[in-house]
Write a protein that binds this ligand. Structure first.
Ligand code: HEM
Length: 509
């Protein structure tokens, strides 16, 4: 009997704690459920707001924000979407509650093409992502990895030579800078051996890009996945096979080179850096701080770098050149500054950057008006409450960096290119703690390639403007320039910038 009583004794004690706890949890759950979703357009049963699919761009969402506010809600099929367009709500999501909002959404295509999120950019927030990010920041994007910075300098030099060969002719500046950034990243990733195979790789990247952006009904209504009317599954399989064929070969070459010659200090590319962590079996172990990468991890990280580092930088360079061509007074000021600080008898060097204050302002103003990644895509890890609204777990959160940069409550004359605003004291900076200006994002998922990207942007624009004078072709007036953009992963110019260069410096190029 005694033993029976003893066995029962802990039970009431447990109940004493669990019943109120369950009650409390129930209360919290009910309160949360009672919170409304953020406001938003009314949808239809099952498909929700699918008729608004074509408005899920930075411009479309900014327009809807004017109607529904800085945070609004859409439902596309089964997917909840939340658009954030005000600096205050962005702070809530990227800083105050970043533990809930730091996952990444991935479509079926993205999951498949990233080898089931074996990369960093699409990995959910957690131990794997943390280790990958640490590795990438330290080994690939660090200022200490001098080879990446060197490839920027070499490729900018080569672009200047291309322009010299075309002085007096109409140059497609857009194509020029896209091929510049592809060369930089290709070389930083795969080595300086040659550009062999680059065309094949670009074709693979383009197909990946199309598949990333393709509409797939199964992303929104999973049980319709069997239909696959556009034959996407077939294309996905083919795209991944092409990438496997291309990169496996490069990885094998690197492994053989290492076996033959060992690691040559100062001559390593990103594949070499990643191969130092290569193993057949992936492993993440936070306690012993070690990480092992499989081939899939290596391939997926290389694709992150390709996608993260090419279009973003190229689009920023092209927009900066275009805005300056459209604003001749600002262009004149920048070129006068270059002549004063550098002088026309030599080229720009990195040590000049700090003194090129007006150029810096123009680049910031470009990133404010044209953030290369206009929508930051995040996903909630659990149910959340923001600004008194309920946001369910696994919601897709789109932070509209483009709309935030043009928010008239934060910026005077928000739609106008006005670089001098950045000369004023206390004006927001893009380091990530001013939520009025977030071209690189902010917090945990912010851009790890910011330093490298800014270096390429500074160096390229400074060279193009210092070495050459630029005129619009065929007597076109600045006011006639088309400043529209197109929406994808980035928002480049809809019409490529074309301009005619003339040599400006007196030193040899
Ligand atoms: C002007 C140049 C660039 C801009 C404006 C830019 C902007 C951004 C933005 C807005 C994000 C997402 C932030 C978020 O979701 O909250 C991002 C992420 C990322 N960027 Fe950049 N980027 C630039 C250059 C680069 C370069 C040069 C690289 C690599 C070589 C790079 C690699 C990445 C990667 C891997 C991520 C994903 C990080 C993660 O999910 O943890 N970016 N970038």
């Amino acid at each position: 009997m005694d033993s029976l009583l003893q066995a029962l004794q802990p039970l009431p004690m447990t109940l004493l704690f669990t019943i109120p706890l369950l009650f409390l949890l129930g209360l919290v759950f009910r309160t949360r459920r009672r919170l409304p979703y953020p406001p938003g357009p009314k949808g239809l049963p099952i498909i929700g707001n699918m008729s608004l699919m074509d408005q899920l761009t930075h411009r479309g969402l900014a327009k809807l924000a004017k109607q529904f506010g800085g945070i609004f809600h859409l439902r596309i099929g089964y997917l909840h979407m939340v658009a954030v367009s005000s600096p205050d709500v962005a702070r809530q999501v990227l800083q105050v509650q970043d533990n809930i909002f730091s996952n990444r959404p991935a479509t079926i295509a993205i999951s498949y093409l990233t080898y089931d999120r074996a990369d960093m950019a699409f990995a959910h927030y957690g131990p794997f992502w943390r280790q990958m990010r640490k590795l990438c920041v330290m080994k690939l994007f660090s200022r200490k990895r001098a080879e990446s910075w060197e490839s920027v300098r070499d490729e900018v030099d080569s672009t200047v030579r291309d322009v010299v060969a075309n002085t007096g002719k109409a140059v497609n500046v857009g194509e020029l800078v896209f091929s510049l950034t592809r060369n930089i990243i290709y070389r930083a990733a795969f080595g300086s051996l040659s550009h062999d195979g680059q065309d094949e790789f670009i074709t693979i990247l383009q197909e990946f890009s199309k598949l990333f952006g393709a509409f797939n009904i199964a992303d929104f209504i999973p049980w319709l996945g069997w239909a696959d009317p556009q034959g996407l599954n077939n294309r996905l399989e083919k795209a991944r096979q092409s990438l496997d064929g291309f990169i496996d070969h490069i990885i094998d070459d690197h492994i053989n080179k290492k076996k033959k010659h060992g690691v040559v200090e100062g001559d390593t590319d990103m594949v070499d850096e990643l191969l130092a962590f290569y193993s057949e079996e992936a492993k993440v172990n936070e306690s012993d701080d070690s990480i092992k990468l499989t081939r899939d991890n290596i391939k997926a990280i290389i694709m992150d770098v390709m996608f993260g580092g090419t279009e973003t930088v190229a689009s920023a360079i092209e927009w900066a050149m275009a805005e300056l061509m459209k604003s001749p007074e600002d262009l004149k000021k920048v070129q006068e500054e270059l002549a004063d600080v550098v002088g026309l008898d030599r080229r720009v060097e990195e040590s000049d950057f700090d003194k090129l204050k007006y150029l810096k302002c123009c680049l910031k103003e470009t990133l404010r008006l044209h953030p290369p990644i206009p929508l930051l895509l995040h996903e909630t890890a659990e149910d959340a409450e923001v600004a008194g609204y309920y946001i369910p777990a696994k919601s897709r959160v789109m932070i509209n960096a483009w709309a935030i940069g043009r928010d008239s409550n934060s910026w005077e004359d928000a739609e106008t290119f006005k670089p001098s605003r950045f000369l004023q004291e206390g004006v927001p900076d893009y380091k990530g703690s001013n939520f009025e200006f977030i071209p690189f994002g902010s917090g945990r998922r912010s851009c790890p390639g910011m330093q490298l990207g800014l270096y390429a942007l500074d160096l390229c624009v400074a060279h193009l403007l210092h070495c050459f004078t630029w005129e619009l072709p065929d007597g076109m007036k600045p006011s006639e320039m088309d400043m529209n953009d197109v929406f994808g992963l980035t928002a480049p110019r809809a019409i490529r910038l074309v301009a005619v260069p003339t040599k400006r410096v007196v030193c040899p190029l």
